[in-house]
Design a binder for this molecule. Structure first.
Ligand code: ADP
Length: 714
């Protein structure tokens, strides 16, 4: 330990300066904290709103992107399909032109070469036929003609016949008259050498051949492909009901762009992205209808996951924020309570300090955790210091303690800190500013301890006891002086009375010798002188003996003991036997005398003196009646010694206890005036008291208080 207590950290001036700013800041913080729940709820609402908005924006964007992507995809499917159809048409047309060339070149050998030519188109067209200008079939391969077949009623026939242009025509789906199959017929006109219409050459194609390019994995289960003629009629489709599923009115509209994507809900209730592309050469329209559900599947799953995330995240965020709000509110409430408690504590401490300052005590408050000590203004003023002249450090007190008192103080503090003593209390001298020392009563108590018992905070008071201390010291000095002089006086009286008896005895002896030697020579006057001289010597001796006895009281230093009052009273009475008998006195002692605590001899002398006086100061012509009684009074025995003697006048009641004090002339009642002084000395030495009451002429009662033997004594 560097000092009396462990040295601690300083409480710096900066702390005091910051003292004003900190409560203001703390107040603002508390106000802010109270607003936290509302802020958090607002934040939650804002977050949820912002989250919802953000999610909807994301979804809208994703939807637009998905639509755009799907449309692009449908468009490219339609383009690919269109290109595929275009190529097939080109191939079929090429094959058709080749067949026509061959046919026109040599009609008679043409049928024989037909298998050869069929290699050009066999994978696409299942039938090749030629009709003459009248519409009669003149050639058919691979299914041969078995009879006359007319196609003059067919639309393509009319069209070719009426159109001077040589162009490819693709029929609507119809049933082939030779093959009996559902077919699309690709045809070109035949011309006579002069250029006149000479029939048609045609190839029959399965409509499905042209209408199937992408499979379901690309178009989706509800997706399909279809080929429309220039006039908007369906030429073929990957499913038979495509006419019901397409927005034909729009597709037929010549005002529509050459390609595009339409959203359309078909007759089956399914939504599709219908992408179309007009093939420039033939006026055909290639249509790829993408299953809407498939096209938007990515978006839908994205949307689902966004919604699911929102469903999970939103309540989580809201719950988390509400939790934060609740916690903040709870903390704010707790802090408010804490602040109120701290304010109350500060008020209490202030009251306490003011109260102690008011009664003049200095106050100190030691924070054992930081080592800082608060010294009250009164504490500083007590030592003559101003408010700013003592820093809040322990050394300020410790170094001011008088060097002679320091070790003792240190021990007392340590004993209290260790829990050995319930409070710390110590008187020591502390140096003032002017260099003088003041006596201080320093008291303190540990007001809080850590769980392991380490003291955390100790508070205490500083009381200036210089005045009382000095007057007590002066009183003590006086008392010691008085005792010393009393002892000297008593020693003197003892020695004097002892030594005085010897010359008195010598006087007595010589008087006796003188009487014997002179014998008859002494006349009556001389004899009377000798009697007076002897009487004087005897009284002198009596006086000296009484004085000796008086001075002996309390000198023997016999330890106090339990003394039964019965034997004491009886012994006192026994010593008066002759006088009692002579006076015809009646003495009654208490039937149940107590046990007293003290010196038996001295107590016996006290009672002997009182009983002796009661017999001696009897009224003439009245036999003495003496009664001794007692009663317990608060640990003391109250004795009463009552007589029916001459009594004592009121002004003598106190005086009679003084040494050599007598109320009567020596010739009336023999005595030295020391007996009652001895009684008072004995009573007071035992911690008791003696006093008298009397009705003059009727009797006196002497009261004595003496300690009872009891539990308090060893
Ligand atoms: P002494 O008896 O030797 O004179 P004490 O000190 O015993 O001395 O008594 C002092 C005086 O008190 C006596 O002289 C007497 O006048 C008075 N006194 C004492 N006891 C009684 C008593 N019982 N009745 C009347 N007077 C008394």
């Amino acid at each position: 330990m560097g000092g009396i207590l462990a040295p601690g950290a300083d409480m710096t001036g900066g702390q005091a300066a910051a003292g004003n700013a900190i409560p203001i800041l703390a107040g603002q913080l508390r106000r802010m904290q109270r607003q936290v729940p509302a802020l958090v709820v607002a934040l939650a609402v804002l977050l949820v709103a912002a989250g919802s908005y953000a999610a909807s924006q994301v979804l809208r964007h994703a939807h637009a992107l998905a639509v755009e992507t799907a449309e692009a995809r449908a468009g490219s499917l339609a383009r690919a399909y269109g290109e595929h159809v275009g190529q097939l048409v080109r191939r079929l047309d090429h094959a058709l032109l080749h067949l026509r060339d061959e046919y026109e070149h040599d009609r008679s050998s043409f049928p024989a070469r037909a298998p050869l030519h069929a290699r050009l188109h066999g994978d696409l067209a299942f039938q090749a036929v030629a009709a003459d200008a009248a519409g009669r079939l003149v050639f058919s391969y691979p299914v041969h003609l078995t009879g006359p077949v007319l196609v003059a009623d067919r639309a393509y026939f009319h069209a070719h016949r009426d159109d001077p242009e040589d162009r490819l025509r693709i029929s609507e789906p119809l049933t082939g008259r030779v093959s009996g199959q559902w077919t699309l017929q690709f045809s070109r006109p035949l011309r006579a050498p002069g250029g006149a219409f000479d029939g048609v050459m045609l190839l029959s194609v399965d409509p499905g051949t042209l209408a199937r390019f992408h499979d379901a994995s690309e178009l989706g289960p509800a997706g399909f492909e279809a080929l429309l003629g220039p006039e908007g009629m369906v030429r073929g489709g990957s499913r038979p009901d495509v006419a019901d599923l397409l927005p034909l009115a729009v597709l037929r509209d010549p005002g529509q762009p050459a390609h595009g994507v339409l959203r359309h809900r078909g007759g089956d209730g399914s939504e599709r992205l219908v992408a179309y592309r007009r093939l420039p050469q033939d006026g055909l329209v290639a249509v790829a209808a993408l299953d809407g559900a498939v096209a938007m599947a990515g978006f839908q799953s994205h949307r689902r996951s966004v919604m699911q995330t929102a469903l999970v995240v939103t309540p989580t965020v809201v719950v988390a924020l509400l939790l934060v709000a609740w916690l903040a509110q709870r903390q704010a409430r707790q802090q408010a309570r804490l602040a109120a408690a701290q304010r109350e504590l500060a008020r209490t401490e202030e009251r306490w300090r003011l109260a102690l300052d008011a009664v003049g005590d200095g106050v100190w408050d030691w924070d054992a955790t930081t080592g800082a000590v608060f010294y009250s203004a009164r504490w500083k003023a007590m030592l003559g210091h101003g408010e700013d002249e003592v820093s809040p450090r322990l050394e300020e007190w410790e170094t001011r303690i008088h060097p002679d008192d320091r070790a003792r103080t240190r021990e007392d503090v340590a004993r209290h800190l260790s829990g050995e003593t319930p409070v710390y209390a110590n008187e020591h001298r502390v140096r003032c500013k002017d260099g003088r020392y003041k006596w201080i009563l320093d008291r303190g108590v540990v007001v809080s301890r850590a769980a392991d018992g380490t003291p955390l905070r100790v508070v205490g008071t500083h009381t200036d006891i210089t005045g009382p201390h000095e007057s007590a010291a002066a009183l003590e000095r006086q008392r010691a002086e008085l005792q010393r002089s009393n002892e000297e006086l008593e020693a003197f009286a003892y020695v004097a009375s002892h030594d005085l008896r010897q010359p008195l005895r010598t006087i007595g002896a010589y008087l006796t010798l003188l009487e014997k030697d002179l014998g008859d020579r002494l006349d009556d006057d001389a004899r009377e002188c000798i009697v007076f001289a002897r009487d004087g010597a005897r009284r002198m001796d009596r006086l000296v003996v009484d004085l000796l006895e008086y001075s002996r009281v309390g000198r023997k230093a016999r330890p106090s003991a339990a003394e039964p009052a019965g034997p004491i009273l009886e012994a006192a009475l026994a010593g008066l036997e002759v006088a009692v008998a002579e006076a015809g006195a009646t003495v009654t002692l208490p039937p149940d005398p107590p046990t007293l605590w003290g010196d038996g001899d001295e107590l016996m002398r006290l009672f002997a003196n009182l009983l002796g006086n009661a017999v001696k100061y009897r009224a003439p012509g009245r036999a003495p009646v003496i009664r001794v009684t007692w009663a317990a009074e608060g640990g003391m025995a109250h004795f009463r010694v009552a007589d029916n003697g001459i009594g004592i006048p009121a002004d003598g009641l106190e005086r009679i206890f003084g040494i050599f004090q007598r109320l009567h002339a020596r010739d009336a009642y023999e005595g030295t005036g020391i007996g009652l002084a001895i009684c008072r000395k004995v009573a007071e030495r035992h911690g008791g008291r003696i006093w008298a009451e009397s009705v003059p002429g009727e009797g006196s009662t002497f009261h004595v208080l003496l300690p009872l033997a009891g539990k308090g004594q060893p």
